[in-house]
Design a protein. Structure first.
Length: 446
């Protein structure tokens, strides 16, 4: 086995007999200002700077963010001053993010995009910071007006942030205004993973998915929830599956849109073994997705998993950061190409730049990648989860988990639905579909 496949096998598709879990990492704050912190917004600021006193660990402190004008001017100046490379030598994405796409993104970022709109959208929701296990954790917390709302903690992934989930907050907390009934109501908690967004960057090793899962359980307990569910994709799934294994008091079930379901023979084939035979149509579709991904698109994870500190350009150049984040998976990249060519679907130009700008202003391009280094868990392998699980499968995900694999991976499967549209950023691209799935998934647990 080549060194790179040995590494990838360990990180992504080792069989469940070898690894029984999952993983992730953390954020920071730079180039911006923390409301109430006394920061001038001209440099790095911890995500929860003490104001007039040192808060106790159990304190929950209100939070709002406002980037400084200096930080926003600096961003636009850096975008305009980009030293552009030569054009790719192919007519598709096989050499990376196309120069044409990045030029159009840069033009809009420098001269058309308004971060203040994203900031206002974010700040309309109650936000807080609390210290858990020595790290300041930022989270959005929106309570439903309806009685007996079911609490749900929703976790983003990479290259995502709490921006991903904003479109779901109102439909989940106020279902009667969005095609549901009062019985469908949720209280919504959306934390920023440590090292991402407005959460602090850990100053010690060990913040892997298991540790984050334990922190999330503490957060829900601190908020007074004695029973709740969890949702997530990407690192959000990794964290939630670890929560499911840890079985904290109160966790009823999880929902995932990127589950770990790969059978051992599929993992072995991806590691260089013989191609699988006898696959159904859905299984063959998933195999082809995975085969392409590991042969052509896993480089970002390899670098962050092995050498995250080398990626200095992510915190120095907005365009380097944007290209790195866009070059995640083939279908998302194609969607972004279409959007910056005038298409209207799933995500808008503002959606894409809201998320990238949040990474830039908080200085978390590099720190977010350390989660890949910390995690020692196989991403797509079954973990042995026995609590109730619900799964939404989207066709343009890194791989679309077949129902057959899903039922074997999760013996207590509450819900499975395969959609005909949607990709990796399901809450962001298809919030109506994911909202409907959450309502149906957890109805029996209310």
């Amino acid at each position: 086995m080549t060194p790179i496949f040995s590494y990838l096998n360990r990180r992504f598709f080792v069989s469940s007999s070898l690894l029984g879990s999952l993983g992730l990492l953390m954020p920071a704050m730079a180039h911006g200002g923390l409301a109430g912190s006394g920061s001038t917004g001209t440099g790095a600021v911890p995500a929860a700077s003490p104001v007039a006193r040192t808060p106790s660990a159990a304190d929950i402190r209100p939070f709002k963010y406002r980037a400084s004008e200096e930080a926003l001017r600096d961003l636009k100046q850096r975008v305009r001053a980009t030293r552009w490379p030569s054009r790719e030598l192919v007519s598709d994405d096989t050499q990376g993010v196309r120069l044409e796409t990045m030029r159009k993104l840069a033009d809009y970022w420098a001269d058309g995009y308004d971060w203040r709109k994203a900031e206002a959208n974010l700040n309309q929701y109650p936000q807080f910071v609390t210290t858990i296990d020595g790290v300041d954790i930022h989270f959005i917390h929106v309570k439903s007006k309806h009685a007996n709302a079911l609490p749900v903690i929703i976790t983003h992934g990479w290259p995502g942030s709490v921006i991903e989930q904003l479109k779901m907050i109102k439909p989940l907390t106020d279902p009667t205004a969005y095609g549901g009934t009062a019985a469908d109501a949720f209280d919504v908690v959306i934390p920023s993973i440590p090292g991402y967004g407005f959460s602090a960057k850990p100053t010690e090793l060990g913040w892997d998915p298991q540790r984050i899962a334990r922190a999330w359980a503490v957060l829900m307990q601190r908020l007074g929830y004695s029973r709740y569910v969890a949702q997530g994709g990407d690192w959000g799934d990794a964290i939630n599956e670890q929560m499911a294994l840890q079985k904290p008091q109160g966790l009823l079930a999880i929902h995932t849109n990127m589950p770990g379901t790969l059978p051992d023979n599929i993992s072995a084939a991806l590691s260089g073994g013989p191609a699988p035979t006898g696959l159904s149509g859905d299984e063959l579709y998933a195999w082809n997705q995975l085969d392409f991904f590991y042969k052509n698109r896993v480089g970002y994870a390899s670098e962050m998993g092995a050498r995250p500190q080398t990626l200095y350009g992510l915190d120095d150049s907005p365009i380097a950061l944007a290209a790195w984040m866009i070059d995640h998976d083939p279908q998302s990249q194609k969607l972004i190409n279409r959007v910056f060519n005038g298409g209207r679907e799933g995500l808008s130009r503002d959606d894409i730049l809201d998320n990238i700008t949040l990474y830039w202003l908080t200085g978390t391009g590099l720190s977010s990648g350390r989660l890949f280094w910390e995690s020692k868990l196989a991403f797509f392998a079954p973990k042995g989860v026995t609590i109730p699980v619900a799964v939404s499968a989207f066709p343009d995900e890194i791989y679309t988990a077949p129902e057959s694999w899903t039922r074997k991976a999760f013996p207590n499967l509450l819900f499975y639905k395969r959609h005909d549209k949607g990709g990796h950023f399901a809450a962001w691209e298809q919030p109506q579909l994911l909202t409907a799935d959450l309502r149906e998934s957890f109805r029996s647990l209310r």
